[in-house]
Design a protein around this ligand. Structure first.
Ligand SMILES: CC(C)(COP(=O)(O)OP(=O)(O)OC[C@H]1O[C@@H](n2cnc3c(N)ncnc32)[C@H](O)[C@@H]1OP(=O)(O)O)[C@@H](O)C(=O)NCCC(=O)NCCS
Length: 140
């Protein structure tokens, strides 16, 4: 089941976020994020356990995916795809963008599967290297 994140999910989100980045909890404070009107944060819950989430910023028709994570044991079951589609179905996004580490081939393939293309390279975007800016336009 997909639903909006709640403050009570903070601990579970921080644990899951560590599968993406060891510093996740330092970099992303859910209490702070939920103060901003542009924050979109949806979770995939199974038996009261959060096994995936997507976090994006949405300003009118512009959407930027900040993070998407699915727990290791739940990957390749289309949970990521459904979180991605839910973001698009519930927001008026026409221009979607995101940055991804050029070494994160799994994520690049996932985003390409969702129809996004590499638009440009962002040198030193990450502490450990370059990022791709990927994007896709939607008619709505
Ligand atoms: C990227 C991620 C969110 C994908 O979630 P997921 O639920 O496993 O993805 P889906 O099952 O919806 O995959 C859809 C398609 O994407 C592609 N894909 C997904 N994971 C892939 C992988 N490990 N290798 C190659 N292709 C992959 C495939 O084409 C897949 O379709 P298929 O399984 O029918 O071949 C997940 O791998 C993850 O959490 N990774 C770690 C965090 C991360 O790097 N996030 C992105 C940067 S913020």
């Amino acid at each position: 089941m997909i639903r909006k994140v709640e403050l009570a999910d903070k601990k579970q989100i921080e644990l899951l976020g560590q599968e993406l980045n060891a510093d996740y909890a330092k970099l992303f404070d859910l209490t702070e994020l939920l103060k901003y009107q542009y924050t979109r944060f949806y979770v995939w819950e199974e038996s009261k356990q959060i096994v995936g989430f997507i976090h994006a910023n949405v300003f009118f028709e512009d959407g930027d995916i900040i993070n998407i994570v699915v727990a290791k044991n739940y990957r390749r079951k289309k949970i990521g795809t459904q979180l991605f589609n839910y973001l698009l179905a519930n927001n008026p996004i026409k221009n979607l963008t995101l940055e991804v580490n050029i070494n994160n081939q799994k994520a690049i393939t996932f985003y390409q599967k969702q129809g996004l293309e590499v638009l440009t390279i962002r040198k030193n975007y990450y502490p450990d290297g370059d990022g791709y800016l990927m994007g896709r336009k939607y008619e709505k």
